[in-house]
Design a protein around this ligand. Structure first.
Ligand SMILES: N[C@@H](CCC(=O)N[C@@H](CS)C(=O)NCC(=O)O)C(=O)O
Length: 214
C-alpha cells in the first residue's frame, strides 16, 4: 500500500485527519503547508484543491487517485476505507446517526459558528475586519454549547458511550481549540480532554501537526 498524502498542518482542522491516521496505524506523508502563509495559494496546491484550504488528502491507492478536502469527510473516508476494530465505521443506522449528529453539531456550532468566527474577526481582523462585539457574542454562544457538551460528558467514557469514534476526534479538536482561545471548560469536559489527549495516537498526531517552521 502506498502512503497516503496529507496537505496542511498547524491547525485544529489539519490535526483531525492526522489523528485518524495515527489511530488507524496508517503510513502517510505530510506536506506541512501552513495556513495564511501563501502556501495554500500556489499553483500546484490550487490544482489539487481549488478552495485553497487545508487539510487535503491524496490517496493513490484508489484507482485514478482520490483527492478529498474537508476535515470531517476525510476522517470518515479513512475510517470507512481503512478502519480497524479499535476505530471502525458505525454499522447500525442508529450508531451512524448518533455519530453524525455529534460530528455535525461540533463542526457547525463549535467550529464554524463560534471558533472560526472568533478567528476571523479577532486573529484575522486585518482580512475580515475587527468585530469585538461579534467575538464577544461568539464566546457566549460557544459557552452555551460547551455546557451542552459537558452535560453529555458527565457519564465519562467517550462522547458516544463505550467506543472511541470520529465524534471524539471532532470534539477534542474543538475543545482544545476553545481552551487555547481562553474559554473555560467545565469539569467533565476538562477530564475528557485530558483522557483523550493522553492517547498515544493523539500525541503523535499533535507532533506531526506542529513541525518546526523554517
Ligand atoms: N471546513 C474546512 C475548513 C478548512 C479551512 O478553512 N482551513 C483553513 C485553515 S484552518 C485554511 O486553509 N485557510 C486558508 C489559508 O489559511 O490559507 C475543514 O474542516 O476542512
Amino acid at each position: 500500500m502506498r502512503p497516503i498524502e496529507f496537505w496542511g498542518a498547524y491547525t485544529s482542522r489539519t490535526l483531525r485527519p492526522l489523528w485518524v491516521a495515527e489511530e488507524l496505524g496508517l503510513a502517510y506523508q505530510l506536506h506541512p503547508i501552513a495556513p495564511r502563509s501563501g502556501e495554500t495559494q500556489t499553483e500546484a496546491f490550487t490544482r489539487l484543491n481549488p478552495k485553497q484550504k487545508i487539510p487535503c488528502l491524496v490517496d493513490g491507492n484508489v484507482p485514478g487517485t482520490l483527492v478529498l478536502t474537508e476535515s470531517l469527510p476525510i476522517g470518515r473516508y479513512l475510517i470507512a476505507a481503512y478502519g480497524t476494530k479499535a476505530l471502525a465505521a458505525p454499522t447500525l443506522p442508529l450508531q451512524a446517526a448518533r455519530e453524525d449528529e455529534w460530528c455535525c453539531y461540533v463542526l457547525a456550532e463549535l467550529d464554524e459558528t463560534s471558533l472560526y468566527v472568533i478567528r476571523r474577526h479577532r486573529d484575522l481582523a486585518h482580512i475580515y475586519g475587527e468585530g469585538p462585539e461579534v467575538v464577544q457574542a461568539c464566546f457566549e454562544y460557544l459557552d452555551r454549547h460547551l455546557k451542552v457538551v459537558d452535560a453529555a460528558l458527565e457519564k465519562g467514557g467517550f462522547i458516544l458511550g463505550d467506543s472511541f469514534s470520529l465524534a471524539d476526534i471532532m470534539l477534542v479538536s474543538c475543545l482544545a481549540w476553545a481552551k487555547d482561545y481562553g474559554a473555560t471548560l467545565r469539569p467533565a469536559s476538562e477530564a475528557y480532554l485530558q483522557r483523550m489527549t493522553g492517547r498515544s495516537a493523539y500525541q503523535r498526531a499533535l507532533a506531526a501537526n506542529t513541525p518546526a517552521q523554517a
